[in-house]
Design a protein around this ligand. Structure first.
Ligand SMILES: Nc1nc2c(ncn2[C@@H]2O[C@H](COP(=O)(O)OP(=O)(O)OP(=O)(O)O)[C@@H](O)[C@H]2O)c(=O)[nH]1
Ligand SMILES: [Mg+2]
Length: 311
């Protein structure tokens, strides 16, 4: 999402080095002064273009926050200071433009030179100005490097019909993901917990388990977690809310119902299911399944498809 941003010295070396190489292989005509002028004009032109192009190319390769999916916008806002990020990009744009301006200015100065030394001197001053411009945006470039590191942790969720699995700890969310998709889920790093996001796929439907995120009532959450929870509403087309009616998970049915009501507030369609039907327990009248015996899992998958495709 953000390309590697070379160090100031590297950017300058690249620009100056290329400019030198290009003029060294060339023959210039006219008097010594005319030759010097033509040569220094060329160096300024090439160095200026290469440096401003490098900055422009970093900007164009960097993602645009506005073009992100709402889900990613929320995740990105958790990881970086979006205002500072945008400000840093603006400053890079300023620098790239300023370089082109200075280039013109110094080319005309060199053209007005009367001696070879004067021509050379103007080019040296121009190189110095390029260095100062990059120093001026050093903080901004550092911040973009920081953003790059932070955003590397973003999970790669695909844009497809997505079912998110929620429920108290130990009710069987991860088991259900495995039972539904019949595979070992892919684990991807996750910005706000160390646990990772689990993804599974079946028939063009993406199943997501977000360990630690949708397993506690919202009032027990810190602001960052609250925002992460609310990001889920942009990701999920459907939520599976998993109950453990045997209560062997360690949470009472009341506690589980409380979380269910909270998750309903996200405004995403929900299918509640009762897992661990192989064990004894009360029923709330929802679809009963068992990840252990497989009971009800196929019916659930059928129901999921019906809900996703009938709306
Ligand atoms: N008897 C029985 N046990 C189950 C069933 N489904 C899951 N379990 C068990 O319940 C425990 C928790 O299952 P997980 O799938 O890890 O539950 P989870 O909701 O992902 O747990 P956290 O990620 O810690 O929130 C494990 O020991 C599972 O083997 C089921 O249908 N029947
Ligand atoms: Mg789990």
């Amino acid at each position: 999402m953000i390309p590697v941003i070379p160090k100031r010295e590297e950017l300058l070396d690249r620009a100056f080095g290329r400019a030198s190489r290009r003029v060294s292989g060339r023959r210039f005509r006219g008097s010594n002064v005319e030759k010097a002028i033509e040569k220094e004009v060329m160096r300024i032109d090439i160095a200026g273009n290469i440096l401003s192009d490098s900055l422009f190319s970093i900007m164009t390769k960097t993602f645009s926050f506005e073009e992100l999916e709402p889900f990613y916008q929320e995740l990105v806002s958790l990881l970086i200071d979006v205002r500072r990020f945008k400000e840093s990009l603006k400053r890079m744009k300023w620098a790239a433009g300023k370089i082109l301006e200075l280039k013109k200015e110094y080319i005309s100065k060199v053209k007005g030179s009367r001696t070879t030394d004067q021509a050379r001197e103007q080019r040296v001053i121009f190189y110095g100005r390029l260095n100062s411009i990059l120093k001026d945006i050093e903080d901004e470039m550092n911040y973009l490097r920081e953003c790059r590191r932070a955003l590397k942790k973003l999970p790669k969720v695909k844009k497809m019909d997505t079912v998110v699995i929620a429920g108290c700890p130990n009710v069987g969310k991860s088991s259900l993901l495995a039972a539904l998709t019949g595979s070992k889920p892919e684990i991807q790093s996750y910005p706000f917990t160390t646990k990772g996001i689990l993804l599974g796929y079946r028939d063009d439907i993406q199943f997501v388990d977000t360990p630690g995120l949708l397993d506690r009532p919202f009032e027990k959450r810190n602001p960052i977690e609250k925002q992460a929870v609310s990001a889920v509403k942009h990701l999920a087309d459907l939520i599976l809310y998993v109950y453990d009616t045997s209560e062997t998970c360690g949470y009472t049915l009341e506690e589980q119902e409380h979380l269910h009501h909270q998750i309903e507030k996200l405004g995403v369609p929900i299918i509640p299911v009762e897992n661990k039907s192989d064990l004894s327990g009360k029923s709330l009248g929802f679809l009963r399944i068992s990840c252990k015996s497989g009971e009800g899992v196929e019916e659930l998958f059928h129901e999921i498809k019906k809900r996703l495709y009938s709306v």
